[in-house]
Design a protein around this ligand. Sequence first.
Ligand SMILES: NC(=O)c1ccc[n+]([C@@H]2O[C@H](COP(=O)([O-])OP(=O)(O)OC[C@H]3O[C@@H](n4cnc5c(N)ncnc54)[C@H](OP(=O)(O)O)[C@@H]3O)[C@@H](O)[C@H]2O)c1
Length: 306
Amino acid sequence: MKAVRIHEFGGPERVQVEDIPTPRLTAGKALVRVHAAAVNPVDWMVRERIYNPEGADRVPLTLGQDFAGVIEQIGPHSETSLRERDEVFGEVWGSFAQYALVPVEDLVLKPRSVDFVTAASIPMPAITAWQAIIDTAEAKPGMRFLIHGASGGVGSFAAQFAHWKGAQVLATASQPSFDYLRSIGVTTIIDYEHERFEDKVRDVDVVLDPIGGDVQARSWGVLKQGGMLINLIGELHEAAARKAGVVGVEFGMEYDTEDLDFIAKLVDRGIVKPHVTQVLPLEQAREALDLNQQNKSHGKIVLEVH
Ligand SMILES: NC(=O)c1ccc[n+]([C@@H]2O[C@H](COP(=O)([O-])OP(=O)(O)OC[C@H]3O[C@@H](n4cnc5c(N)ncnc54)[C@H](OP(=O)(O)O)[C@@H]3O)[C@@H](O)[C@H]2O)c1
C-alpha cells in the first residue's frame, strides 16, 4: 500500500510516499481502507520532533492521524457493533496511507450526510473544540467568547459550538476567512494582520487561544473579572492569569468516541459545518503539511486517498 513516511525526524524533505506492506489484521482491531485523511498542526509537529507522544515517537513512521474510510475486515475478539463495509472515521497514528489498523473501540460511524473528505476534517479539531467550549467553558446564552484563529480547524468548530449554545462570538482571523466567519454567526471579526484585538474587544467571558505567546499576553486584559482563558498551545502564564483575576486553563484534548459520535449527529442535522478549504491527493502530503505550517490553510486541508 501507499503510505506517507519519514525515516528520520526533521523538515519537509524527510517526507516520502512509499510502498509498504498492508498492516496485518490483529485481535481487537479493524483494517480500514482510508479514503481521506486531514492535516492537523500535530502532523508536522510530529515530523519535526516537537510533539511525539507514544505511537508517534519512533521512525520509520507513517504520518497522519485524522481519517475517514471503510472497514474492510474486523479482527478476532473485537467487541463492537460495527461491521465490515461500515463507513467510519476517527483518529489513529499513521492515517496518511491507503490502509490503517485501528482499535475497534476508536472507530465511530461517519456522518451520513457528508463525504469522506469532509468527515476526515472533523475528529481532532472538533473534539478539541467540543471539550473546550462545551465541557470546559460551559457555553450558554449571554456569554461572550473571543475565539482566536476562528477560521482554523479548532477555531471554526469552537465558534460554531459557542454560537449554537446561544453565546456571542467574536473572532480574530485574516482577510480570506471573513466571509466564512460571517456565515457561521461571528458578530465581530478582528483582522489580526492589521488590527490589535485588545483595542476593539473587552469584557469577554472566555478567550480560546490556539496561538499562544504574544496573543496570550494581550488576551488577559480583554477578559471580564472571573473570566477564563483556555490555552491550547505553549505555556500558560499562571501569574498573569492571577494578576488579571481570571482563570487560566492549560487544555489538553482527550480522544473520545462519544464526543465524536455526538458531533457527527450535529453535522448530520446541519448544525455544524466543517470548513474544508483545500483537497490534495495523498501524494502531495508534504506540500499539504507545508501549507499548514506556513499558515496558508485558512481552514482544513484534506488528503484524498485512492
Ligand atoms: N491542546 C490541545 O489539546 C490541542 C488540540 C488540537 C490543536 N491544538 C493546537 O491548536 C493550534 C491550532 O490548531 P488548528 O488545528 O486550529 O490549526 P489550523 O487549522 O492551522 O488553524 C490555525 C489558524 O490560526 C490563525 N492564526 C494564525 N496566526 C494568528 C494570529 N496571530 N492571531 C489569530 N489567528 C491566527 C489562522 O487564521 P487565518 O486562516 O484566518 O489566517 C489559522 O486558520 C495548533 O497549535 C494545535 O497544535 C492543541
